[in-house]
Design a protein around this ligand. Structure first.
Ligand code: SF4
Length: 421
């Protein structure tokens, strides 16, 4: 008959117990032997210990309740943990740990099976979605944003190029009398690799050969060299994912600074390319609305609405594999220290918090809501439930197709293209 210690050692095998500091491992073992926690309780205690370390909060040893009854101890521990999770985040005394200082990865070029063109990997009927088609020009990303779900799809240390990408793009047979919206910024960053393996040559040629395609490059980099040195087809959109300096410094590791991103967008816009800005994720922390407001104001001061095709808003949504991956990594991040609520099967902020941040964002861009077709900027929510549109914009689309049509019509208009339904 297994002793409790044997059971304990078995239980922790399927957890990240071994990644905890030794002193915390010893402490959890001692308390488990004393109070006889179940496997599920042990797993939760281990995850709590890991989250507290990741959030740079007091360690589990410091917050562990003293009581002789297991039930009381476990209930009180969960309560303290949930209070820490729900308290407004602050990056003031946040100390980063084990953050990569430089990009370390290997490049691989191989003939890939199939062709990475498909519906946006996170699109769903449960959310109001734009039916974006994503094109995987490169697999895996060289940046290291803590909240990124892509990292759970690919091996992060290997950046893979498809040796037959250009040929497959040439062979792509799209309908000529239909407008398409294709983005290359999902499986990797669209611009950080420049024209490595000729990917930008191939994509620019594709845009030129397919004037009915709106090709969106989405990036967190300032690598615009190719755009400055080459003729840019008019059906190309260049969009930047932006965030506050606080989030960029603490959660978007290795990506370009806010200044570099905005300056790159300014240079590309100066070449007559239509640009756009994605605020996704908007993250809640102390004074976040003021900090986001400074970024919104800066864009309004530095760009004309006629130069900007879109501004999108979105926020944190987590799937379990990403939370597990974050806990597995021994680094610091406050990104999961938030009150979780179910959002179409994923974990996200409560609706009230989302409504507040999205309404604030949209209202901050009042100067760009001009009701003049030529200048008007297209605003949208990414990956949000239908009702959140009404609460944010005062209107909502009845279907994803309606949303897609409105978006493509607005983009085509801004790009001076004919909109083909
Ligand atoms: S709204 Fe966002 S998640 Fe939905 S399809 Fe468009 S890009 Fe993808």
């Amino acid at each position: 008959m297994n002793t409790y210690l044997e059971k304990f050692n078995d239980s922790v095998k399927n957890t990240i117990y071994s990644k905890l500091p030794i002193i915390e491992q010893e402490f959890i073992k001692e308390k488990s032997l004393e109070l006889k926690f179940t496997f599920s309780e042990i797993k939760q205690i281990v995850d709590i210990a890991r989250d507290l370390e990741m959030w740079n909060e007091k360690s589990i040893i410091k917050i562990f309740p003293e009581h002789e009854q297991k039930k009381v101890v476990f209930t009180r521990l969960k309560k303290v943990y949930e209070e820490l999770r729900k308290k407004p985040n602050s990056y003031e005394n946040f100390e980063l740990k084990n953050i990569p200082k430089e990009q370390k990865y290997t490049f691989k070029t191989e003939a890939k099976e199939g062709f990475g063109l498909g519906l946006c990997p996170v699109a769903s009927e449960k959310t109001r979605c734009c039916n974006l088609l994503t094109l995987d020009a490169v697999e895996s990303c060289g940046f290291d944003c803590s909240y990124c779900s892509i990292q759970s799809f690919y091996n992060q240390n290997t950046i893979t190029f498809d040796s037959s990408f250009a040929q497959k793009l040439k062979n792509l047979n799209l309908e000529k009398n239909k407008t398409y919206h294709i983005g290359t910024g999902q499986a990797s960053d669209s611009l950080m690799w420049g024209n490595r393996e000729g990917i930008l040559d191939a994509l620019f040629e594709f845009a030129t050969d397919n004037p009915n395609v709106i090709l969106e490059f989405k990036t967190k980099s300032d690598n615009i060299k190719y755009f400055l040195e080459n003729e840019i087809p008019k059906n190309i959109l260049c969009t930047w994912s932006l965030n506050t300096p606080t989030i960029i410094e603490n959660e978007e590791h290795l990506a370009a600074s806010l200044d570099k991103r905005i300056n790159a967008a300014r240079k590309v816009a100066d070449k007559g390319v239509k640009v756009g800005f994605h605020f996704h994720p908007i993250v809640e922390y102390e004074n976040y609305l003021d900090e986001y407001n400074s970024v919104y104001e800066r864009l309004i001061n530095e760009f004309e609405p006629s130069e900007v095709a879109l501004v999108s808003f979105g926020t944190l949504t987590f799937i379990k594999p990403v939370i597990k991956q974050l806990r597995d990594r021994e680094f610091r991040s406050k990104i999961t220290q938030m009150p979780f609520e179910d959002a179409s099967g994923k974990s996200s902020y409560p609706d009230a918090t989302k409504q507040k941040m999205f309404k604030h964002a949209y209202e901050s861009f009042k100067p760009w809501q001009l009701k003049n077709k030529q200048e008007d900027v297209f605003f949208y929510l990414c990956m949000e439930e239908h009702e959140m549109w009404e609460k944010t914009f005062g209107y909502q689309y009845a279907t994803n197709n309606d949303f897609e049509r409105a978006m493509l019509a607005a983009y085509a208009n801004k790009l001076g293209m004919e909109f083909l339904v």
